[in-house]
Design a binder for this molecule. Sequence first.
Ligand SMILES: *Cc1c(COP(=O)(O)O)cnc(C)c1O
Length: 432
Amino acid sequence: MPLIHDRSHEIFAKAQTLIPGGVNSPARAFGAVGGTPVVMLRGDGPYLYDVDGNQYLDYIGSWGPHILGHRHPQVIEAIHRAVDLGTSFGAPCELENELAELVIDAIPSIELVRMVNSGTEATMSAIRVARGFTGRDLIVKFAGCYHGHVDSLLVKAGSGALTLGTPSSPGIPAGCTDATLVLEYNDCDQLETVFRERGDQIACVILEPVVGNMGTVIPDTEFLQTLRRVCDESGAVLIFDEVMTGFRLAYGGAQSRLGVTPDMTTLGKILGGGLPVGAYGGRRDIMQTVSPLGPVYQAGTLSGNPVAMASGIATLRVLKETNPYPQLDDYTNWLTSGLSSMAAKHGIPHQIPQIGSMFTLFFNDQPVRNYNDAVRSNTKQFAAYFHEMLERGIYLACSQFEANFASAVLTQDDLNRTLQAADEALAAVAAL
Ligand SMILES: *Cc1c(COP(=O)(O)O)cnc(C)c1O
């Protein structure tokens, strides 16, 4: 029997009269897969419950934050305690020190850290600091990496490989992106060339050290090593955008797994444990340029507010104490092996890159190493698969070009159920 979504449809119809597209962030609108988004009522552990009473096994975790599942008791309790003391002071509070100390202990390349309210704010600020520190304007990013809705980072590659970027959204003046160079991920030759030609003008390179935002794409070791070397040789600041991977791939983030150390790191998502927190930090000499210590201005009315800090502190403490990462790796690896066998059994060409608790089932017969590879995936098959899984109570990321996340509260039963659903869903996809 198909799931009933009457109440969802009703609420979403009203939302569309009030909010652009009915959503406060576009990925939620099911634009890439068609259909109407499900309106959620509550989350509990690995599950989400919608307003019609349907239960879903959640592989999105609010797009990253909920590595501990929904409403983890220690996190909820910490939030309650903080709320009781007031929600925002606009003055220093001790919880800011606690979260900063946890971040600095977890990620040794961060010597000083500044809290903000979102991942977007973190990357926007990090880029400003890198430019202020180096006195240079050019920034390098990679096609398919997403760093939030910062003007200078919403860029697509120009016509030639090494041309300057063009805005990927109306409303962004060309002047905002004409200092942004867009290169192909995992392409060492392009990186060498651009640094040979313009290295002395480049303020920073920003990248997702493991990509989630074109689907999961894993970097080559040689690519990461080349990045580190060209930045060292030119004096450019290497920024790892770990908004997704921080506290996700390991407690110390992607950088602790990959063995390459950036100069600056941006964080978000898990850092706030479900409340809005971002952060940027890095080498002391770079971070000392930030206001009021230095001349680079950056501020925030609600930055470091006690409720958000308490949520982040509790989340990080649980992660540190329970170290769920080995188990997450094992479970996710088991799951993706299973998904791969199912897809093969049904004769569906696929790739399933996985690292730690991040994975993407690409409907693609070639390895996916960059954005060009990713966009050659069969998005029709993906959309069908997504809806077949949703109908079976499995809530996956609603685009081929997103990562899915396992949470630490999944059980072997949940994984079995997921594979069972995937077997049926992929059979339906194969029959298309
Ligand atoms: C989600 C994300 C951002 C943006 O964070 P918001 O909190 O949505 O502004 C930036 N970079 C990466 C890598 C992300 O995954």
